[in-house]
Design a protein around this ligand. Sequence first.
Ligand code: URA
Length: 450
Amino acid sequence: MSQPNIPQTFRAIDVIRKKRDGVELSRAEVEGLVNAYTKGEIPDYQVSAWLMAVVLKGMTRAETAALTDAMLHSGEVLDLSSLARKKVDKHSTGGVGDKTSLVLAPLAAAAGVAVPMISGRGLGHTGGTLDKLEAIPCFNVNLSVSEFRRVLGICGCAMIGQTAEIAPADRKLYALRDVTGTVESPYLICASIMSKKLAEGIDALVLDVKTGSGAFMKNEKDAAFLAELMVETGERMGKQVVALITDMDQPLGNMIGNALEVVEVVEVLRGGGPEDLRELCLELAGWMLHLGGVAKTVAEGKQQSAKLIASGAALERFRQMVELQGGDARVIDDAKRLPQARHTMQVASKKAGYLASMQCEQIGTACVILGGGRERKEDSVDPAVGIVLHKKVGDQVASGEAIATVYYNAEAQAVRARQLIEASCEITDAAPTTKRLLIHRMIGKSGEKN
Ligand code: URA
């Protein structure tokens, strides 16, 4: 008996139920969902349900590829072949105090690599490059494609967000995942990151895959899985991709919060700043310069980067980018021009000993509670609030000594943030005997191994 001819119309509810029941979705179904959501034809609540089903049930390689491709082709894929320089970008899977992008884009540009960077906002407990850039008064992260090309052509780097033209599907899905507990899926993270990066018209990509209590991938095995998924996706599209697995078991640097992080970026670009942040910036820059063809080895790339910082060339490139994107570059020489919190509150240690560990995710959440991130899609962030750490893991601390200072504008939020920070710091009598490496390992077959 012949089958009745059932029309194949796309229904979001069917795709949600299939994923809920662990059935593999076809490419057409994944594309149907992404396209309909991007066009505003299906509501947030249905896509939230689907995202949660993906977090719980996972995705096959074929589904992940279909999702990445659909998100990539939801908008324009830039053709930057007219630019003579090699185009290289870097992207982090998300951390607390992770401000390396603001250092790396101008630094690599000063070395002769083009960096067409499309970034995101804060996600879950982690900070976002766009929110940090917008802490600089008038900085425009919403350039049109032609403005983006213009800035890139003049100064060698430009930093924008997903737009209605480039990676619009990620723009919508990202904002929804932020507030629906649906960030922590390697498949969704891979599709989100790689769709943006592949839309940029790059030749090569350096991925900073975070692991530890402040990362979305808490252990190294999960981080390596995500790294491999992204490297494989990039290579499938003909790009050179390396992933560094790096530590996020405590915040990177000392400052957390949008305007505060801009201050620390300027410190690093001036040749100072905290050691861990400087070291990671140089390592990632070394890889960017190496893949960008301006350094024969990663070590040479690191040396060149250190020189560009010492000479002030990287800082001047940052200044130029800020000006070209409409921002008030005077913040570079006068940090008081950045948004300032009205009050500060100390977080003091209750006993003497050593800071043995930090629940890094909780520190990020404390910053979100202060207003530095979003709890609902419509929320705006307060650029001025945040946390400055005075102690890092392994440091000795006296009873009553300040571990951190909270910068705040609302007292009740500051009290909650202080409690979270206190609870997340483990103070022990003896000094910790082991120290986690900042850079765990590299994944990818591009170029040299170190
Ligand atoms: N960064 C992104 O761009 N997307 C994610 O899902 C996580 C980190």
